[in-house]
Design a protein around this ligand. Structure first.
Ligand code: ADP
Ligand code: MG
Length: 323
């Protein structure tokens, strides 16, 4: 049957994003623990029903690389989406708690995200549209899964927040107003992989003075994050909640379009190699600034590092227990 608010007991808040908040809940009649996403939408009843119809695609998604869905329902003025609870949270939390993530684990993330993207695109013709560390989830079985993919165009249009769709993981062609393609997701994946391996978001203020001290730098929280798109060192005095569109996010967008793409810092400050050259090659391929030259998910799956990571016997369950 259809779900409703009375079916659940709230346990704790898991986090909030641009579009709403996510709560850990217990489904009372079955005892199943779920993650319930509450999105405030601004839409007429007909459009709300259309959104619910569009969300049905989620229930048809059946892949170990995609967070599964239990159902969605309306409670004015919100829409609630109930999904599989991932008890180790998202990868942004993992590196913010533990520092840079082991490159072998990052390789597993690359493999799982590419498999998830391929599944969504090849089977359902869905483009994810919001690849970033907070939409890549981990559980204590060591499984890595994607959530928050763009199944509903009407939902995207109706979210009562003007800044939904503006992301610091956006590709140069998207910033310049181009059409969204699966290749834009590949750009976002490249940025995400660097962020996880370095333990910080790879774009920075141009006058940053600490690039000679990678180790110390990588332990610091990122300068620019989705929650706080401001320089912590050089805040320009615009309140986050007042207006997300600040000078610093405009500067960042400018940097993404005009500057060379960021790269994996495979050679450490001591001159020694920290990451395999195959990882560098994959990230460079994701971050080709020209979408025509950037590979599709299927093409990237052929890369050496993805093959290596797929076959890597690293025990993700044991690793997840340390996070
Ligand atoms: P964002 O993805 O921008 O952080 P969201 O509202 O999508 O914002 O999610 C807020 C937080 O809730 C995420 O950062 C993530 O840590 C957590 N979260 C989302 N979905 C789940 C889930 N299915 N299981 C566990 N935690 C989740
Ligand atoms: Mg999310």
């Amino acid at each position: 049957g259809t779900l409703q608010n009375d079916d659940f007991r709230n346990l704790e808040e898991l986090g909030t994003g641009n579009g709403g908040s996510v709560i850990k809940v217990e489904h009372l009649s079955t005892g199943v623990i779920m993650a319930k996403k509450i999105v405030l939408i601004d839409a007429k009843p007909a459009v709300r029903k259309q959104i619910l119809r569009e969300l049905h695609i989620m229930y048809d998604c059946d892949s170990v690389y995609i967070v599964s869905s239990y159902g969605a329902y309306l409670t004015e003025p919100n829409i609630c989406i109930c999904m599989e609870f991932m008890d180790k949270g998202s990868f942004d939390g993992v590196y913010k708690r533990n520092g840079p993530i082991d490159i072998r684990v990052v390789g597993k993330v690359a493999f799982c995200v590419l498999e998830g993207l391929r599944y969504l695109y090849d089977v359902h013709r869905i483009i994810h549209r919001d690849i970033k560390p907070s939409n890549i989830l981990l559980n204590s079985a060591g499984e890595i899964k994607l959530c928050d993919f763009g199944v509903s165009g009407e939902l995207i249009n109706s979210i009562a927040n003007t800044f939904v769709g503006t992301s610091i993981y956006m590709s140069p062609e998207r910033i310049q107003g181009g059409d969204y393609s699966v290749k834009s997701d590949i750009w976002s994946l490249g940025i995400t992989l660097i962020e996880l391996a370095h333990g910080r978001f790879p774009f920075n203020d141009s006058d940053s003075d600490d690039e000679d001290d990678m180790m110390e730098d990588s332990l610091r929280p990122p300068t620019i994050t989705p929650d706080s798109p401001f320089s912590r060192r050089r805040s320009r005095g615009v309140s986050l909640h007042g207006s997300l569109m600040t000078m610093s996010i405009i500067e960042l967008m400018h940097q993404i379009v005009k500057e060379p793409a960021p790269r994996l810092m495979a050679i450490g400050p001591d001159g020694r190699r920290r990451f395999p050259v195959e990882a560098e090659e994959l990230v460079d391929a994701c971050l080709d600034k020209e979408p025509e030259k950037r590979s599709m998910p299927g093409g990237l799956a052929q890369f050496k590092w993805i093959e290596m990571s797929k076959n890597d016997p690293i025990d993700l369950k044991a690793w997840a227990a340390t996070t």
